[in-house]
Design a protein around this ligand. Sequence first.
Ligand code: MG
Length: 503
Amino acid sequence: MFKLAELFSNDTIKAILDRYKLIWSINHALSLLGWDLETYMPEQGVKERSIATSQLSVLAHKLLIDESFVRLVDKASDMKDLNDYERGVVRVLKREIEKAKKIPPKLVEELSRVTSEATVVWRNAKAENNFKVFEPYLAKIVDLMREVADKLGYDEHPYDALLDLYEEGLKTRDFDRVVEVITPRLKKILDRVRSEGYYPESHPLEDREYRVEALKRVNKSILELIGYDPKTLRLDVSAHPFTTSMGVKDVRITTRYEGKDFRRSILAVIHEYGHALYELQIDEKLATTPLAKGVSLGIHESQSRFWENIVGRSRDFVDLIYSIVAEELEYVREYTPEELYRYFNIVRPGLIRVDADEVTYNLHIVVRFELEKLLVKGEIKVSDLPELWAEQYEDKLGIKPKTYSEGVLQDIHWSGGSIGYFPTYTIGTIVAAQIKHAMESDLGPLSEVISSKKFDSIKTWLREKIHRWGSTYDPKTLMKKSLGEELNPERYIEYLESKYIKI
Ligand code: MG
């Protein structure tokens, strides 16, 4: 069905892609197993599922570092006359092979064993507000991740090696500069928003309960409004919203229904739709190749945040969905569209990252970045974390956690060994603002595009500039090529100022 020949003509590359199809197929199966685990699997299936998952991962790993396969990739990397797609295949595979070869199997095994235990321990520790039981696990994980950084190698900072796992080419130094630019200005915007009082710190709609069936219909109508095709996309329910891609024609998203504060479920759908659209609009001629996935977590997150924040929380979008929401949730009729907009844009410095608004969100990330950097460098100990966490929150957001659960224990990431991951959320918000800027110079003001329901022009723009390429270009090259500039935190600050500070 998919013709590769049009994009790939080099015989060595064609041989590589032929071999890669088996690795792709295993990953395809792993994605489906992972999606099923979070959605429909009966609870007691978990033990056998984890055996199947780890065995399949071992098989994919073996195929990737198989000598004859590596030799083919090395041969291709010496070739001069490759096109952009072919060079992309070599770049992506060399990165994967290098990672697989540099980290010894014993370290991979230990990490997997420690993190699967630690995730269970973390869940209980958080529920019981007990940092002490999680502390030894986290200390072990930090040690192991420092070892990973050493094995992978780095020029300046061991944290560079971990950042690169999630955001190709991102350096600690780059992110330090981002933090320097955004931190004081975010604090300033927050102060202005709070003193002006237009955007509320809380709203009565947060406490209103909804019937799940009614909100499910709202979510479906909103997806239809922005261009949902049930032939390629499914929406299901899970404890935490996520997106899984099985291929360029089969992507699954989820949302959650908590029973009140309905904007959370709606915004999760729009967020995951952004992730899904990226995968669905990859050039189908790239299907089954190493290029058939979003290029990095930061660029991926830029897609979800663009839809969630820049589209979903805009005045024009809220006006559009007002009647959809009010039809199913009768109490919404007590409020004007403007009130609904204010409810979607509550700004409140809080302790919990996942509940944060557009203005404060990245201050939460700065806290984690500063602490991770010190942990990985060995400059602080895990036992120092609760105190340093509180200090950082006081400094960045002006509030201190009273419990571990609402402080250092709140995120799942560290228990799973994801250190160096948080900055990609900030990269995503910044790139989303850059996309808005670039898109508007082509399509005119986004507010008009949205109010006239021209979601197709937004989707086409994203497809041509970002999506169709998959992982063909590394993130920095893609941005320069498609947005005309590198990572530029100024665009994000400009966007926030124009939305939140009335001049
Ligand atoms: Mg996301």
